[in-house]
Design a protein around this ligand. Sequence first.
Ligand code: NAG
Ligand code: NAG
Ligand code: NAG
Ligand code: NAG
Ligand code: NAG
Ligand code: NAG
Length: 725
Amino acid sequence: MEGIGSSHIALLLPLQTSYFVVAQPNNKASKKGKSSMKILKKQQLHTKICSPESLEGNKEAALESIIYSYKHAFSGFAAMLTESQAQTIAELPEVRSIKPSRVHPLHTTHSQDFLGLDYTKPTGLLHDAKYGDGIIIGIIDTGIWPESASFSDHGLSPIPSKWKGQCQAGEAFRSNQCNRKIIGARWYDKHLSAEDLKGEYRSARDTHGHGTHVASTAAGALVPNISFHGLAAGYARGVAPHAQLAVYKACWGLGASCHDAGIIKAFDDAIHDGVDVLSLSIGKSGDEFFSSFHAVKNGITVIFVAGNEGPAPRTVTNALPWVITVASATIDRAFPTVITLANGSSSIVPKDNNNWYEIHHSSCLIRNGEKINASLASGKIVFCYSPLSVSITSPFGYVSHAVKAAKEAGAKGIIIATYGLDILDYFEKCGAMPCIFVDFDAVGQINSSGDENTTPLVKIAPARTWVGGEVLAPKISTFSSRGPSPLLPQFLKPDVAAPGSNILAAVKDSYKFQSGTSMACPHVSGVAALLKALHPDWSPAIIKSALVTTASNDRYGLPILANGLPQKIADPFDYGGGFIDPNKATDPGLAYDVDPKDYDLVVNCESANSSCESIFQNLNLPSIAIPNLTMPTTVLRTVTNVGQDDAIYKAVVQCPPGVRISVEPSVLQFKQGKKKQSFKVTFSMTHKVQGSYLFGSLAWCDGAAHYVRIPIAVRPVISENYADL
Ligand SMILES: *[C@@H]1O[C@H](CO)[C@@H](O)[C@H](O)[C@H]1NC(C)=O
Ligand SMILES: *[C@@H]1O[C@H](CO)[C@@H](O)[C@H](O)[C@H]1NC(C)=O
Ligand SMILES: *[C@@H]1O[C@H](CO)[C@@H](O)[C@H](O)[C@H]1NC(C)=O
Ligand SMILES: *[C@@H]1O[C@H](CO)[C@@H](O)[C@H](O)[C@H]1NC(C)=O
Ligand SMILES: *[C@@H]1O[C@H](CO)[C@@H](O)[C@H](O)[C@H]1NC(C)=O
Ligand SMILES: *[C@@H]1O[C@H](CO)[C@@H](O)[C@H](O)[C@H]1NC(C)=O
């Protein structure tokens, strides 16, 4: 708590209610606003030092109850205080705001099931980046299972000399259990109660499994002969298999809750320890991790999940402009099952009678504990479809209960018609019973095979593994959270999409499929590590720009779709720039770099000369969002040439419908060592419309390999207080 540099003070009070206290800059009285800008401001990170000493009478009490002190993220501390102590502190002039310390959920959906990740081919980037050799990826999560084959350090380089971290011993985790793969392990449990720690190892060992899955996805070693019941057989390995891991266990318990106090301490340590990339599969909508700001200012690329609250709009979380926010997508591997139908009364009733089953129709919209009528469903295949409610009922709500009820009713299988086809995690409890998702087109076929007098018969073949171009992929996963950010609509989010549906990775001593943006996030962390290995001079902003501007919007000429209701062609609120293309990201041509001072300006926009709106708009991000286009608006951007020296780029604009975009200048020349060029993008309405987001893009094209595209989202507004009745 030396209070070097800037800071705020963070007090945590987990006795009854937990609070989070932020110091007031310049000793002004606290303002407690609620707008997005005020939220940014409220959590302002660049405030005058407010050391515990300035808390006068509370000094002793505060000092005694300190559990963590923060040095690198900012100076301040977390402490256990009573509510009345908190009250006193809240009234001090130095205190800017007091708020509860939040608990953040992990983004995961457990699975034991089908679909997997085809990531076995070494790409150009992988090879050229020496598989991530020399790069340290920090993982803030539930810890790690050090014995997993994915964390073998066979063939890895020695621990980099820049590493200043430690391998903290604890329960069932010796300090010599770190190796050249897991180079550091720390854990934070001081803020937790005995209840929170039930069933937990008081060490970096991962009880939950999530942290191990994420870490092995980002940087797991090559492990041969892995499959899930024979499906998806092949190698398991991380995206950057030679990168090294620094583990920060800040999420605890079977519910894996992550408290601010631990997360901030983990950020603080990661900055001190010297990680290059930080991966956080944490967050829920409405929460933002402002402490990530200091990590990025220290040159760390910070990668976060977009959240699993899709497909509804305005669900994206972790929308801060300095982090990379990752959406989830499917991959080109499927585990299809052939369903054969027969007309029960026709003469071609199949001979191999044992494998044919009658269908029992059910809505399957059942809650936990409810049953499917066994005298109707026993020995049959339950077919779940309810046209009236399918569109308003998320598969999250009922599928796993339906599976359980079908099993208890003695059914021989279950076929579920739903729009959420990309997440098989619900089938965890199927065991040997076939569980199948079908789309709505299959409903007609299954039904038309029977009539009033006959019962259709079905036969289900075992699932096969299918990889390649016939599987339309990627598609944005149903659950992946969508933009715009409810808190910070000025920043287009998410940034990119990566594989997150049905990812096979390490959990304890085995391998499991899991789905979620939690699984997508470490893919991007691995790619960021590879890019950092190849381009050590790239800033976090350049790494992000390279990923966003080279991301793809189609595959084999087919657009990337977004699963949901209805399924549609994906737009920037589904996947930002698009689905990551790691090899293209090695050579983006131009990059949108950000001077870290500009982040300060964003955070302190209320005390700047320009309006917050214009500061946000002109932050040099690889995207443009205008949530409120009322009059012609000009946005500034600067690109840095990271490709060959002499280059000429021309602007290629795709206007959102009804919006005119002009780019000035529309040709950029880079020569004689000139690396940076600035330009203006002016938006105006050609057709006045009210209140819907429209999408477009701006690309800089050199006529050769480089097509540096950024996504644009504009919402024209005629009247402020207008509701479309
Ligand atoms: C791969 O694993 C399977 C089942 O776990 C085993 O039967 C087989 O012998 C293994 N193959 C190799 C090459 O290790
Ligand atoms: C099923 O077979 C019967 C007898 O052949 C026929 O009358 C009926 O139309 C068929 N139903 C369907 C839906 O094909
Ligand atoms: C189950 O179905 C049978 C046959 O239609 C019916 O007699 C019975 O009442 C049903 N049981 C329940 C609990 O609905
Ligand atoms: C499918 O067929 C069954 C039985 O013939 C019927 O009860 C049900 O309403 C049908 N559903 C649809 C969506 O057509
Ligand atoms: C604000 O504007 C004044 C007058 O133009 C200038 O002196 C000052 O440096 C500006 N402050 C900031 C933070 O840009
Ligand atoms: C939209 O823009 C107008 C004019 O620039 C401004 O007065 C208004 O506050 C803005 N509204 C929002 C929600 O940002």
